[in-house]
Design a protein around this ligand. Structure first.
Ligand code: AHG
Ligand code: MN
Ligand code: MN
Length: 335
Protein backbone atom coordinates (compact mmCIF):
# COMPACT_ATOMS: atom_id res chain seq x y z
CA UNK A 1 0.00 0.00 0.00
CA UNK A 2 1.54 3.32 -0.97
CA UNK A 3 1.54 6.45 1.06
CA UNK A 4 -0.82 9.16 -0.07
CA UNK A 5 0.76 11.50 -2.62
CA UNK A 6 3.44 9.02 -3.57
CA UNK A 7 4.64 9.76 -7.09
CA UNK A 8 5.35 7.16 -9.74
CA UNK A 9 9.04 8.13 -9.65
CA UNK A 10 9.20 7.54 -5.90
CA UNK A 11 7.27 4.30 -6.23
CA UNK A 12 9.65 2.95 -8.89
CA UNK A 13 12.73 3.70 -6.78
CA UNK A 14 11.16 2.23 -3.65
CA UNK A 15 10.10 -0.97 -5.36
CA UNK A 16 13.09 -1.58 -7.58
CA UNK A 17 14.46 -4.29 -5.32
CA UNK A 18 11.26 -6.31 -5.71
CA UNK A 19 11.87 -6.69 -9.47
CA UNK A 20 13.02 -10.08 -10.57
CA UNK A 21 16.25 -8.71 -12.04
CA UNK A 22 16.97 -5.57 -10.12
CA UNK A 23 19.71 -3.94 -12.16
CA UNK A 24 17.71 -0.76 -12.46
CA UNK A 25 17.23 -1.33 -16.17
CA UNK A 26 13.56 -2.22 -15.85
CA UNK A 27 13.01 0.83 -13.66
CA UNK A 28 14.54 3.02 -16.34
CA UNK A 29 12.40 1.33 -18.95
CA UNK A 30 9.19 2.08 -17.01
CA UNK A 31 10.41 5.66 -16.51
CA UNK A 32 10.89 6.12 -20.23
CA UNK A 33 7.39 4.77 -20.92
CA UNK A 34 5.96 7.20 -18.40
CA UNK A 35 7.76 10.04 -20.18
CA UNK A 36 6.60 8.99 -23.66
CA UNK A 37 3.05 8.65 -22.31
CA UNK A 38 3.15 12.27 -21.14
CA UNK A 39 4.17 13.43 -24.59
CA UNK A 40 1.43 11.38 -26.27
CA UNK A 41 -1.09 12.55 -23.67
CA UNK A 42 -0.31 16.15 -24.53
CA UNK A 43 -0.94 15.46 -28.21
CA UNK A 44 -4.10 13.41 -27.60
CA UNK A 45 -5.52 16.20 -25.46
CA UNK A 46 -5.12 18.84 -28.11
CA UNK A 47 -6.26 16.52 -30.88
CA UNK A 48 -9.39 18.55 -31.45
CA UNK A 49 -7.43 21.76 -31.83
CA UNK A 50 -4.78 20.99 -34.36
CA UNK A 51 -4.61 19.34 -37.71
CA UNK A 52 -3.65 15.99 -36.33
CA UNK A 53 -7.03 14.35 -36.64
CA UNK A 54 -7.99 11.89 -39.29
CA UNK A 55 -6.35 9.32 -41.47
CA UNK A 56 -2.65 9.42 -42.17
CA UNK A 57 -3.20 8.06 -45.64
CA UNK A 58 -1.24 4.85 -45.13
CA UNK A 59 -2.35 1.37 -44.20
CA UNK A 60 -0.39 -0.77 -41.77
CA UNK A 61 0.69 -4.37 -42.26
CA UNK A 62 -2.75 -5.63 -41.29
CA UNK A 63 -4.49 -3.50 -43.90
CA UNK A 64 -5.98 -1.08 -41.38
CA UNK A 65 -6.02 2.66 -41.88
CA UNK A 66 -3.43 4.29 -39.72
CA UNK A 67 -4.60 7.41 -37.96
CA UNK A 68 -2.18 10.31 -37.59
CA UNK A 69 -2.07 9.86 -33.84
CA UNK A 70 -1.27 6.15 -34.28
CA UNK A 71 1.82 7.13 -36.21
CA UNK A 72 2.71 9.91 -33.81
CA UNK A 73 2.38 7.71 -30.71
CA UNK A 74 4.38 4.97 -32.40
CA UNK A 75 7.21 7.40 -33.13
CA UNK A 76 7.21 8.92 -29.65
CA UNK A 77 7.42 5.56 -27.86
CA UNK A 78 10.03 4.17 -30.24
CA UNK A 79 12.19 7.33 -30.15
CA UNK A 80 12.02 7.53 -26.36
CA UNK A 81 13.01 3.88 -25.93
CA UNK A 82 15.80 4.14 -28.51
CA UNK A 83 17.21 7.41 -27.14
CA UNK A 84 17.43 6.05 -23.64
CA UNK A 85 19.33 2.96 -24.82
CA UNK A 86 17.52 0.61 -22.50
CA UNK A 87 15.98 -2.03 -24.76
CA UNK A 88 17.49 -4.35 -27.35
CA UNK A 89 14.37 -4.55 -29.48
CA UNK A 90 10.88 -3.18 -30.05
CA UNK A 91 7.83 -4.68 -31.76
CA UNK A 92 4.81 -2.53 -32.47
CA UNK A 93 1.37 -2.91 -33.98
CA UNK A 94 2.40 -0.19 -36.41
CA UNK A 95 5.65 -1.83 -37.55
CA UNK A 96 5.66 -4.83 -39.91
CA UNK A 97 8.89 -6.22 -38.45
CA UNK A 98 10.55 -5.88 -35.07
CA UNK A 99 13.14 -3.14 -34.61
CA UNK A 100 16.67 -3.94 -33.42
CA UNK A 101 17.90 -1.33 -30.95
CA UNK A 102 21.54 -0.78 -30.20
CA UNK A 103 22.59 0.16 -26.72
CA UNK A 104 25.39 2.23 -25.34
CA UNK A 105 28.39 2.45 -27.74
CA UNK A 106 26.44 0.60 -30.42
CA UNK A 107 26.47 -2.72 -28.59
CA UNK A 108 23.62 -5.21 -28.15
CA UNK A 109 24.01 -5.59 -24.41
CA UNK A 110 20.54 -4.52 -23.28
CA UNK A 111 18.32 -7.18 -21.77
CA UNK A 112 14.72 -6.26 -22.50
CA UNK A 113 12.39 -6.25 -25.46
CA UNK A 114 9.20 -4.20 -25.56
CA UNK A 115 6.07 -5.00 -27.54
CA UNK A 116 3.38 -2.38 -27.82
CA UNK A 117 0.14 -1.13 -29.21
CA UNK A 118 1.07 2.58 -29.25
CA UNK A 119 -2.50 3.77 -29.70
CA UNK A 120 -5.36 1.44 -28.90
CA UNK A 121 -8.91 2.34 -29.84
CA UNK A 122 -7.70 4.74 -32.48
CA UNK A 123 -11.01 4.72 -34.33
CA UNK A 124 -12.33 6.63 -31.30
CA UNK A 125 -9.97 9.59 -31.64
CA UNK A 126 -12.16 11.62 -33.92
CA UNK A 127 -15.06 11.46 -31.47
CA UNK A 128 -13.28 12.41 -28.25
CA UNK A 129 -13.52 8.97 -26.65
CA UNK A 130 -10.78 7.50 -24.47
CA UNK A 131 -7.86 5.79 -26.17
CA UNK A 132 -4.84 4.02 -24.70
CA UNK A 133 -1.38 2.56 -25.05
CA UNK A 134 -0.53 -1.05 -24.16
CA UNK A 135 2.96 -2.41 -23.52
CA UNK A 136 4.57 -5.72 -22.68
CA UNK A 137 8.15 -6.34 -21.52
CA UNK A 138 10.22 -9.54 -21.74
CA UNK A 139 13.74 -10.41 -20.87
CA UNK A 140 15.51 -11.52 -24.06
CA UNK A 141 16.28 -15.22 -24.49
CA UNK A 142 19.16 -14.81 -26.96
CA UNK A 143 22.52 -14.03 -25.37
CA UNK A 144 23.33 -10.41 -24.53
CA UNK A 145 25.77 -8.87 -26.98
CA UNK A 146 24.07 -10.31 -30.07
CA UNK A 147 21.39 -8.60 -32.14
CA UNK A 148 17.91 -9.48 -30.97
CA UNK A 149 16.00 -12.21 -32.86
CA UNK A 150 12.35 -12.96 -33.59
CA UNK A 151 12.30 -15.63 -30.89
CA UNK A 152 12.96 -12.95 -28.26
CA UNK A 153 9.54 -11.54 -29.13
CA UNK A 154 7.67 -14.82 -29.58
CA UNK A 155 7.69 -15.78 -25.91
CA UNK A 156 4.53 -16.92 -24.13
CA UNK A 157 2.85 -14.26 -21.99
CA UNK A 158 3.73 -16.12 -18.79
CA UNK A 159 7.32 -14.97 -19.36
CA UNK A 160 6.46 -11.26 -19.21
CA UNK A 161 8.42 -9.31 -16.61
CA UNK A 162 6.22 -6.24 -16.85
CA UNK A 163 3.12 -5.04 -18.64
CA UNK A 164 0.95 -1.99 -18.50
CA UNK A 165 -1.42 0.37 -20.17
CA UNK A 166 -1.96 4.07 -20.29
CA UNK A 167 -5.50 5.32 -20.57
CA UNK A 168 -5.91 8.80 -22.02
CA UNK A 169 -9.32 9.34 -20.49
CA UNK A 170 -11.14 11.94 -18.44
CA UNK A 171 -7.89 11.74 -16.55
CA UNK A 172 -4.76 10.04 -17.78
CA UNK A 173 -3.62 6.97 -15.91
CA UNK A 174 -0.72 4.57 -16.11
CA UNK A 175 -1.55 1.12 -14.78
CA UNK A 176 1.16 -1.51 -14.65
CA UNK A 177 2.46 -4.68 -13.08
CA UNK A 178 5.88 -6.22 -12.66
CA UNK A 179 4.35 -9.42 -11.31
CA UNK A 180 3.71 -8.08 -7.80
CA UNK A 181 0.14 -6.87 -8.13
CA UNK A 182 -1.21 -3.96 -10.10
CA UNK A 183 -0.92 -0.28 -9.34
CA UNK A 184 -2.56 2.69 -11.02
CA UNK A 185 -1.07 6.19 -11.22
CA UNK A 186 -3.02 9.27 -12.25
CA UNK A 187 -1.33 12.12 -14.08
CA UNK A 188 -1.69 15.58 -12.64
CA UNK A 189 -1.42 17.45 -15.94
CA UNK A 190 -0.74 20.80 -14.26
CA UNK A 191 2.64 19.62 -13.02
CA UNK A 192 3.23 16.58 -15.20
CA UNK A 193 3.53 14.13 -12.32
CA UNK A 194 1.84 10.77 -11.87
CA UNK A 195 0.51 9.95 -8.38
CA UNK A 196 -0.32 6.55 -6.97
CA UNK A 197 -4.12 6.82 -6.99
CA UNK A 198 -5.13 3.14 -7.29
CA UNK A 199 -2.79 1.02 -5.14
CA UNK A 200 -3.06 -2.77 -5.40
CA UNK A 201 -5.94 -2.86 -7.87
CA UNK A 202 -8.24 -5.88 -7.60
CA UNK A 203 -10.54 -7.21 -10.30
CA UNK A 204 -13.93 -7.92 -8.64
CA UNK A 205 -14.49 -11.71 -8.61
CA UNK A 206 -17.76 -11.21 -10.43
CA UNK A 207 -19.68 -8.33 -11.94
CA UNK A 208 -22.70 -7.22 -13.91
CA UNK A 209 -21.17 -5.80 -17.08
CA UNK A 210 -20.60 -7.65 -20.34
CA UNK A 211 -18.64 -5.94 -23.10
CA UNK A 212 -18.59 -7.15 -26.67
CA UNK A 213 -19.48 -5.96 -30.14
CA UNK A 214 -22.93 -7.50 -30.40
CA UNK A 215 -23.28 -6.12 -33.91
CA UNK A 216 -21.33 -9.21 -34.95
CA UNK A 217 -23.85 -11.52 -33.23
CA UNK A 218 -24.86 -13.50 -36.32
CA UNK A 219 -21.21 -14.35 -36.96
CA UNK A 220 -20.46 -15.46 -33.39
CA UNK A 221 -19.90 -19.11 -32.45
CA UNK A 222 -22.72 -20.94 -30.69
CA UNK A 223 -21.03 -20.79 -27.27
CA UNK A 224 -20.80 -16.98 -27.38
CA UNK A 225 -24.42 -16.65 -28.56
CA UNK A 226 -25.53 -18.86 -25.68
CA UNK A 227 -23.45 -16.87 -23.20
CA UNK A 228 -25.02 -13.61 -24.45
CA UNK A 229 -28.45 -15.16 -23.92
CA UNK A 230 -27.36 -16.12 -20.39
CA UNK A 231 -26.23 -12.51 -19.70
CA UNK A 232 -29.62 -11.24 -20.81
CA UNK A 233 -31.77 -13.72 -18.88
CA UNK A 234 -33.81 -12.57 -15.89
CA UNK A 235 -32.40 -14.74 -13.11
CA UNK A 236 -30.49 -13.93 -9.90
CA UNK A 237 -28.29 -10.86 -10.55
CA UNK A 238 -29.05 -10.98 -14.27
CA UNK A 239 -29.75 -9.49 -16.75
CA UNK A 240 -26.32 -7.86 -16.88
CA UNK A 241 -25.60 -4.44 -18.29
CA UNK A 242 -24.01 -4.13 -21.71
CA UNK A 243 -21.14 -1.62 -22.02
CA UNK A 244 -18.85 -1.50 -25.05
CA UNK A 245 -16.61 1.45 -25.88
CA UNK A 246 -14.64 -0.26 -28.66
CA UNK A 247 -11.39 0.72 -27.01
CA UNK A 248 -9.90 -2.35 -25.32
CA UNK A 249 -7.96 -0.39 -22.71
CA UNK A 250 -11.02 1.60 -21.67
CA UNK A 251 -13.35 -1.41 -21.65
CA UNK A 252 -10.98 -3.48 -19.50
CA UNK A 253 -10.14 -0.56 -17.22
CA UNK A 254 -13.82 0.05 -16.49
CA UNK A 255 -14.49 -3.64 -15.92
CA UNK A 256 -11.47 -3.94 -13.61
CA UNK A 257 -12.92 -1.21 -11.42
CA UNK A 258 -16.59 -2.20 -11.61
CA UNK A 259 -16.50 -5.93 -12.35
CA UNK A 260 -17.31 -7.38 -15.74
CA UNK A 261 -16.27 -9.45 -18.73
CA UNK A 262 -14.82 -8.39 -22.08
CA UNK A 263 -15.15 -10.73 -25.05
CA UNK A 264 -13.74 -10.45 -28.56
CA UNK A 265 -14.46 -13.92 -29.93
CA UNK A 266 -13.60 -15.55 -33.20
CA UNK A 267 -16.44 -15.39 -35.69
CA UNK A 268 -17.35 -16.59 -39.13
CA UNK A 269 -15.80 -13.31 -40.38
CA UNK A 270 -12.56 -13.36 -38.35
CA UNK A 271 -11.11 -16.82 -37.69
CA UNK A 272 -9.04 -15.80 -34.64
CA UNK A 273 -10.88 -12.70 -33.54
CA UNK A 274 -9.37 -9.27 -33.99
CA UNK A 275 -7.10 -8.62 -31.04
CA UNK A 276 -3.37 -9.25 -31.23
CA UNK A 277 -1.86 -11.76 -28.83
CA UNK A 278 1.53 -10.17 -28.25
CA UNK A 279 0.80 -6.53 -27.61
CA UNK A 280 -2.91 -6.46 -26.72
CA UNK A 281 -4.02 -9.74 -25.12
CA UNK A 282 -0.86 -10.85 -23.30
CA UNK A 283 -0.17 -7.57 -21.50
CA UNK A 284 -3.85 -7.16 -20.58
CA UNK A 285 -3.98 -10.79 -19.44
CA UNK A 286 -0.91 -10.33 -17.22
CA UNK A 287 -2.39 -7.21 -15.61
CA UNK A 288 -5.82 -8.78 -15.19
CA UNK A 289 -4.43 -11.97 -13.62
CA UNK A 290 -2.21 -9.94 -11.31
CA UNK A 291 -5.38 -8.16 -10.16
CA UNK A 292 -7.15 -11.49 -9.53
CA UNK A 293 -9.07 -11.71 -12.80
CA UNK A 294 -8.85 -14.24 -15.62
CA UNK A 295 -7.99 -14.17 -19.34
CA UNK A 296 -8.64 -16.99 -21.76
CA UNK A 297 -9.22 -17.67 -25.46
CA UNK A 298 -12.44 -19.43 -24.45
CA UNK A 299 -10.67 -22.71 -23.77
CA UNK A 300 -7.17 -22.07 -22.42
CA UNK A 301 -5.17 -19.48 -20.53
CA UNK A 302 -3.97 -16.64 -22.79
CA UNK A 303 -0.60 -16.44 -21.02
CA UNK A 304 0.22 -20.08 -21.85
CA UNK A 305 -0.23 -19.75 -25.62
CA UNK A 306 3.02 -20.29 -27.57
CA UNK A 307 3.14 -17.45 -30.12
CA UNK A 308 4.10 -18.20 -33.70
CA UNK A 309 3.82 -14.77 -35.32
CA UNK A 310 4.43 -11.18 -34.31
CA UNK A 311 0.98 -9.96 -35.32
CA UNK A 312 -0.93 -13.11 -34.39
CA UNK A 313 -4.59 -12.70 -33.41
CA UNK A 314 -6.44 -14.60 -30.73
CA UNK A 315 -10.00 -14.77 -29.34
CA UNK A 316 -10.11 -12.93 -26.02
CA UNK A 317 -12.28 -13.55 -22.93
CA UNK A 318 -11.07 -11.37 -20.11
CA UNK A 319 -12.35 -10.03 -16.82
CA UNK A 320 -13.88 -11.07 -13.52
CA UNK A 321 -12.80 -14.64 -12.75
CA UNK A 322 -16.24 -16.10 -12.22
CA UNK A 323 -17.67 -14.51 -15.35
CA UNK A 324 -14.82 -15.76 -17.57
CA UNK A 325 -15.22 -19.24 -16.08
CA UNK A 326 -18.91 -19.17 -16.91
CA UNK A 327 -18.24 -18.04 -20.48
CA UNK A 328 -15.69 -20.86 -20.86
CA UNK A 329 -18.35 -23.34 -19.72
CA UNK A 330 -20.60 -22.16 -22.54
CA UNK A 331 -17.75 -22.38 -25.06
CA UNK A 332 -16.83 -25.89 -24.02
CA UNK A 333 -20.38 -27.21 -23.97
CA UNK A 334 -21.56 -25.77 -27.29
CA UNK A 335 -19.62 -27.16 -30.19
P1 AHG B 1 -6.50 -0.57 -32.45
O1 AHG B 1 -7.08 0.80 -32.38
O2 AHG B 1 -5.17 -0.65 -31.75
O3 AHG B 1 -6.47 -1.14 -33.84
O4 AHG B 1 -7.41 -1.56 -31.57
C1 AHG B 1 -8.80 -1.50 -31.67
C2 AHG B 1 -9.34 -2.74 -31.03
C3 AHG B 1 -9.67 -2.63 -29.57
O5 AHG B 1 -9.26 -1.50 -28.91
C4 AHG B 1 -11.17 -2.71 -29.52
O6 AHG B 1 -11.59 -3.41 -28.41
C5 AHG B 1 -11.52 -3.40 -30.79
O7 AHG B 1 -10.53 -3.07 -31.71
C6 AHG B 1 -12.85 -2.95 -31.32
O8 AHG B 1 -13.15 -3.68 -32.47
P2 AHG B 1 -14.60 -3.63 -33.14
O9 AHG B 1 -14.74 -2.28 -33.73
O10 AHG B 1 -14.54 -4.73 -34.18
O11 AHG B 1 -15.62 -3.94 -32.06
MN1 MN C 1 -5.42 -2.01 -30.17
MN1 MN D 1 -3.37 0.47 -32.13
Amino acid sequence: MGQPHQTLGEYIIENQKAFRYSSGELSRLISSIKLAAKVVNHEVNKAGLVDILGAHGETNVQGEDQQKLDVYANEVFIDTLINREIVCGIASEEEDEFITVKGHNGNHDNKYVVLMDPLDGSSNIDVNVSVGTIFSVYRRITPEGQPVELKDFLQPGNKQVAAGYIIYGTSTMLVYTTGHGVNGFTLNPAIGTYYLSHPDMKFPKTGKIYSMNEGNYVHFPKGVKNYIKYCQEEEGDRPYTSRYIGSLVSDIHRNMIKGGIYIYPKSSKVANGKLRLLYECNPMAFIVEQAGGKASDGYQRILDIEPTELHQRVPFFCGSKKMVEKAEEFMKSSV
